[in-house]
Design a protein around this ligand. Sequence first.
Ligand SMILES: [Zn+2]
Length: 469
Amino acid sequence: MQRRDLFRRAAALSLVRQARAAQLSAYEATARRIIDAALADEGGWNKLAYFCDRIGPRLSGSRGLERAIEWAAAEMRREGLENVVTPAVKVPVWVRGAESAWMVEPREASLAMLGLGGSVGTPPEGITAQAVCVESFQELEKLGAEAVRGRVVVYNQPWRGYRETVAYRSQGASRAARFGARAVLVRSVTPASLRTPHTGSLNYSADAPKIPAAAISIEDAMMLCRLCKAGVRVAVKLQMSARTLDDAASANVIGEIAGREHPEEIVVMGGHLDSWDVGQGAQDDASGCAAAWQAVQLVKSLGLRPRRTLRVCLWTNEENGLRGGRAYREWAGDAARRHVAAIEMDGGAEKLRGFGLSIPGASGAALDHAMARMQAIAALMQPLGPVETVRGGGGADISPLMREGVPGIGHLTTGRRYFEWHHTDADTLDKIDRREFQEHIAALAVLGYVLADMPERLAEEAHPTGGMA
Ligand SMILES: [Zn+2]
């Protein structure tokens, strides 16, 4: 592009931005009302506390998840949300059972462990074998079958951020099994540890035998590797009675405020109701569920009825199947394409940072317009402090909608300690700050309400007149 054209485009864009900002400034008073109400609100925290303390962990197929679904749907109806439904979803059922891991040579020591979700169990007597330690897949490949066959592979990979490091949890078992390993122990996927093991899903490849896999704490992984590196013979014993049962009945929980002008156009927001079977699934993801639900409830209780439908969905089975997200898209049918935006909060409830937006298949100009609208909405949240809007967003549960071209918005936090608690016994209510949690409710309520009410849709090309519809 020529320099002059670039200037023209920038000038045109800034005009659009101003037009958008001017238009949305009409929402200032309403946004203020929503924020004030959210910061004084107790209902969201009470929901969060109910999920954590009274229901507890909510693994797919568990009684805990069933209770969460029943309770949430009943409460939504009692509070007066409209069209409350619980469309059925079949979910996988993995049961941890009894489990333990030990170092048996050079001395006997219990290892802090959690079996990985989806893992097969060991024979009842367990697997006892010499350990071989590696810090990367490359190191494993270099060792090859000769050094790995018949052994337990210990992965002691350093933390390089979640996306990169989680590969050891998800692929570690199959990659070691190809070389004949009998089991794997994977250093927990976390930047810091107080000897806390972190569970999570693994994926078995079709071309490798299924071998048992467990997470161990950073401390234990480092110890085993120090010993191996020192040339000491290290042996471990792993016992797991984990098993996968037949799929079970589950459901998404959906409630809404029907739109006053375009009820067929939908803004959906939510989190995932299932969790791992340890801790309380407080940050992951009771916080996202309770915040999105209360945001919609708050809009309702303020007597606001947006132009379009504002919906909350508590998705089931995000952690070990993503069946809830897929089922929602199926359930929506043709209405999937009439979603104006899908918002997911699944990064915990630390201090609000802002929102990330992706619009699959959108042109650069369309994304520019949508980003300008997002910035104008974020400006309405000014009483909450600076709220960023960034390119690139989404979430696991909304990804099936996004594949239909629906704009996906990820709710962002500072995420300073999220991965220290993620999928552990330590993911409990006390890790969530009440005020920061209320700020999430405020931000989601403003975002959801304005997206559902503003004259133009988020991803709509700007009209030349730019006026109120
Ligand atoms: Zn999650």
